[in-house]
Design a protein. Structure first.
Lengths: 464, 186
């Protein structure tokens, strides 16, 4: 499919939506259906789900979508649609599939990278602090990563750190240069000011995911006094400028209840966030404490809370650890993403700091074919139960094996941690979680079968 | 007043275009001339063509600011665009190639359709015609004119009298009233 034609059609489709989203979104969906590649490559399941959302005005996702359509700058929305949906998936995915076949290795859908290890805050327990503050990927290095990435069909780049916005001018320059890519950025939001918001409006392809620890006392006690106020002000600014943004939250044994409460979900919607990305606390690093790991009961609580929020709240909630069923388990090691730190080391996962590859020594494709990435490729999925997706947290012996077999070294520059030490912290957790995971997994499989049967019956009665 | 970075980049770019064609100008050359680094270039512009469009728009705006007056006839305003191109002949010819025809077209269409738009408003029927229709009329006329402009550029910009602007004016002036009558809201 010629991308020029796709783009032309897109421009047309957006013209319609702008006039009347309620009426014309279904028409856009017709268009997407017509041009999507056939079979699995065209995301038939995702498209069907999207269509359902478009057509049911009472559903929470429907409310979210119309909120996004009415509260987002139109040009930004258009850029997100074009870069994220068209380039990132409809154009990028077939290319990724082709290369997976050709090279027999993982080809990612997104690349996470740390522009800098520096941060303007010093939060308790942050693993970014381990890296120290002097490391940076230069503009030219990031530029080269993105240029190589596009060759592989990768159009989605996610900045982590460190605080990426310490390098905000370079990030804006990269957004402008690679205007066909979608950029996301984990940030503490304290560096977002009027000038930066205007720059975001001018490039249109930069979406922040703001770290919030919950309400004021929780955030300030971890991130420093006054931080909460600054973060709330930044979100108000983004909302006023009609810029889309999300929230990222890490759940621990200490905060899991407050950051999954009804009040908190409603607060996030009020702030104007379109999505919230939950991360399970990971005991990574020599100094990390296993006590913050959620217990099986706590993790199950989050599992249920986030699934309930998806039905009820007008915000798109994702759970990095509990959503394996939607992506067939672990997505790291380049299967859907990998991580490049500020020293150029290529980690299979943002949480797994073992590698044999540095982007300063080799091409992106060679990184993906390096020993530990191939070990991921050959080992995935690490567990048939997608509620136990991780080779570290739920299957710690797997990571230890892969690190030993591949000869990968720790990329933690401050205090290298051995795989044994890391995995030992997880083994008890893994043992405790397994029974709950089994039970939940069977429930979710049964539900899926029932839904399937229902659908079959429906299509049968429709056919008759 | 201190010159903005964007203006400094555009000036360096135009200086290079005096000497060679756009396909021989690189971001590296431009940043070397203004003594900035590559990322600063990309902070302001997506690529050289983005810069070219910006420089062209700025140049025309500046020229118009100096020469455009309220009393001027719309024909003279359109001619001004041709004069501007003629005066900057060397840069325009060095800057024009198959890949950036679109940028030239966009800038010129915007200019001419504003001029024609002003002319349309002078007609009494204009108040009864929808904005959408008026925009359509001025775009059609502007495209006609810009077609001539670009053809002229492609021929290497001989004396601007080669463009049959006067005939074009006669045709448009005579037909605006007719089209507006047809488009009056019923």
């Amino acid at each position: 499919m010629d991308t020029k034609i796709v783009r032309y059609g897109l421009k047309k489709a957006f013209g319609y939506i702008e006039r009347n989203p309620e009426e014309n979104l279904p028409r856009l969906m017709d268009w997407v259906d017509r041009f999507a590649p056939e079979g699995d490559r065209g995301f038939p399941v995702q498209r069907a789900a999207f269509r359902q959302v478009i057509e049911d005005p009472d559903c929470a996702m429907h409310r979210l979508m119309y909120r996004i359509f009415t509260e987002t700058d139109k040009d930004v929305l258009k850029a997100v649609f074009e870069n994220f949906i068209v380039n990132g998936n409809l154009v990028g995915w077939p290319r990724q599939e082709e290369l997976r076949e050709q090279y027999g290795c993982n080809i990612p859908w997104a690349i996470l990278l740390d522009p800098t290890s520096a941060c303007n805050l010093h939060c308790t327990g942050c693993w970014a602090a381990e890296y120290g503050s002097r490391l940076n990927l230069s503009f030219d290095e990031i530029d080269s990563i993105i240029t190589q990435g596009k060759e592989l069909g990768v159009y989605i780049y996610i900045y982590t750190g460190g605080e990426p916005l310490v390098r905000r001018d370079d990030l804006i320059a990269l957004c402008r240069k690679h205007s066909d890519c979608q950029f996301l950025c984990f940030t503490n939001a304290t560096l977002i000011d009027e000038g930066f918001a205007d720059a975001m409006l001018s490039v249109k392809n930069f979406i922040p995911a703001i770290s919030v620890e919950g309400f004021e006392s929780a955030t300030d006690s971890r991130r420093g006094a006054g931080t909460y106020r600054k973060v709330v002000d930044a979100m108000a600014l983004l909302k006023r400028k009609k810029l889309p943004f999300g929230i990222s939250s890490c759940y621990t044994s200490q905060n899991f209840e407050s950051i999954s409460s009804d009040e908190y979900f409603d607060q996030m919607v009020e702030w104007g966030a379109s999505f919230v990305w939950y991360f399970h606390y990971m005991p990574v690093g020599n100094a990390a404490v296993p006590e913050l790991l959620p217990t099986p009961e706590q993790r199950e609580y989050m599992y249920r809370r986030i699934r309930a929020a998806r039905r009820e709240k007008a915000i798109f909630a994702m759970d990095f650890q509990n959503d394996g069923e939607f992506v067939q388990g672990c997505i790291a090691g380049g299967r859907r993403y990998f991580h490049i730190n500020a020293n150029g080391d290529c980690d299979p996962c943002v949480f797994i700091h073992y590698s044999n590859a540095n982007i300063r020594d080799m091409s992106l494709l060679d990184v993906l074919r390096s020993p530990i990435f191939m070990a991921y490729h050959d080992g995935q999925p690490f567990n048939g139960n997608h509620l136990m997706p991780c080779p570290m947290l739920e299957n710690p012996h797997k990571l230890q094996e892969m690190v030993e077999k591949s000869g990968a070294h720790s990329t933690d520059l401050e205090s290298p941690e051995s795989a044994e030490h890391l995995c030992e912290k997880c083994s008890e957790y893994a043992r405790n979680w397994a029974p709950a995971a089994e039970r939940l997994w069977q429930c979710s499989c049964r539900e899926k079968q029932e839904r399937q049967a229902e659908n079959n019956a429906e299509s049968y009665s429709a056919a008759v | 007043m201190r010159q903005s970075t964007k203006e400094a980049i555009a000036e360096a770019f135009e200086g290079l275009l005096e000497k060679r064609s756009i396909d021989k100008v690189t971001v590296k050359d431009i940043v070397a001339v203004c003594g900035i680094n590559r990322q600063t270039f990309y902070y302001h512009f997506r690529d050289i063509y983005d810069l070219m469009e910006w420089a062209l728009t700025k140049g025309i705006e500046k020229y118009a600011g100096q020469h455009l007056t309220a009393e001027q006839d719309w024909r003279e305003q359109v001619k001004l665009l041709f004069h501007f191109f003629y005066l900057h002949r060397k840069i325009v010819l060095h800057g024009y190639d198959a890949t950036n025809r679109m940028q030239y077209e966009r800038v010129a269409v915007k200019w001419v359709s504003e001029m024609v738009g002003g002319r349309i408003e002078a007609y009494p029927q204009a108040a009864d015609v929808s904005e959408e229709k008026k925009e359509f009329i001025s775009t059609v006329y502007a495209r006609g004119c810009v077609g001539f402009l670009l053809e002229w550029v492609e021929e290497g910009m001989p004396d601007e009298r080669h463009v049959r602007l006067d005939d074009y004016f006669v045709m448009i002036d005579g037909s605006i009233g007719y089209v507006l009558d047809k488009f009056v809201k019923s």
